[in-house]
Design a protein around this ligand. Structure first.
Ligand code: SF4
Ligand code: SF4
Length: 278
């Protein structure tokens, strides 16, 4: 099963759920697709086994061939090419590597070259295999690094994907292809607002969802009322607990020191299996 874990906003405890569920399950592959701020490895402490750079292909103009006709610029949906009288500029940070500009250029004035945008790393800690991506600072497009992490997915095994926070393209890239998406939220008006957004996105993708309420006991009943109205199951509640927060700050998944939670995470996984249909 491929289980992704997402949250409409940062700081809700998505990584806490991903890491504690992985530790409770034992033999599992954990993919940290939050490539702008990966931190699963800070809690899993893997022995790194390897890494490799992630490249994309970006255009380069052979100016001696270019007549500044502007066809490449008109084609590019991402405004990555600017053409003016006697001038052509490529903004490679905006390029999505579709390769279209080189195809439409009538003078074959565009060639493609590789550019490093990040790194994918992998390692192991006990039975958990962790793969994580790191987007290079100043690179704005995380998709290729997320894909590089997912390329190492062991299909047919239990895989947990820790997606980026929010409800935009990186989350879609990470969650795409999952059997189930677990949404972590907190019972506050902010949590509810962002939960609604991510639910809409994941529903469009046709992936079943369930909710984990983190820091249960603070805030109000808005999240619970919304989930009941939408028929979204609340599969686990984690209370606001100082000990859990302290363990997190020391880089320790709380199931390690609070073993009663291991059973609760295993029960969470069983409920997800039932939701998926066995
Ligand atoms: S399409 Fe080719 S020739 Fe025209 S502006 Fe772009 S690079 Fe130059
Ligand atoms: S490869 Fe695609 S996205 Fe990149 S500059 Fe060319 S047309 Fe734009």
């Amino acid at each position: 099963m491929i289980l992704s874990i997402a949250s409409g906003k940062g700081g809700t405890g998505k990584t806490t759920v991903a890491v504690n569920l992985a530790r409770s399950l034992g033999r599992v592959q954990l993919l940290d697709c939050d490539v702008e701020a990966p931190n699963d490895h800070l809690l899993i402490h893997p022995k790194e086994a390897g890494s490799k750079p992630v490249h994309i292909r970006v255009p380069r103009v052979l100016e001696e061939r270019c007549n500044y006709c502007g066809k490449c610029s008109e084609f590019c949906n991402f405004n990555a090419i600017f053409v003016a009288q006697g001038k052509i500029l490529i903004f490679s940070e905006l390029c999505h590597s579709c390769g279209g500009c080189s195809k439409v250029c009538p003078r074959k004035a565009i060639v493609e070259e590789e550019k490093e945008v990040g790194r994918v790393r992998w390692g192991r800690s006990r039975d958990i295999e962790l793969v994580w991506g790191e987007l290079k600072v100043s690179e704005p497009v995380p998709g290729p690094v997320i894909e590089a992490v997912k390329d190492r997915m062991r299909r047919g095994e239990t895989v947990i994907i820790d997606a980026a926070p929010g409800a935009s393209c990186p989350v879609v890239d990470a969650v795409y292809g999952s059997d189930f998406c677990l949404l972590v939220t907190e019972p506050t008006p902010f949590g509810l607002h962002d939960l609604k957004m991510i639910v809409e996105v994941i529903k469009i993708m046709g992936i079943p969802v369930g909710v984990v309420v983190n820091r249960a006991g603070i805030g109000d009943r808005g999240v619970y009322d919304y989930c009941e109205k939408e028929g979204i199951p609340i599969l686990l509640e984690i209370p606001f607990d100082r000990r859990i927060a302290e363990l997190y700050s020391r880089g320790i998944p709380f199931v390690e020191e609070m073993p009663e939670w291991r059973e609760r995470f295993l029960s969470l996984f069983e409920k997800i299996r039932e939701e998926v249909g066995g």
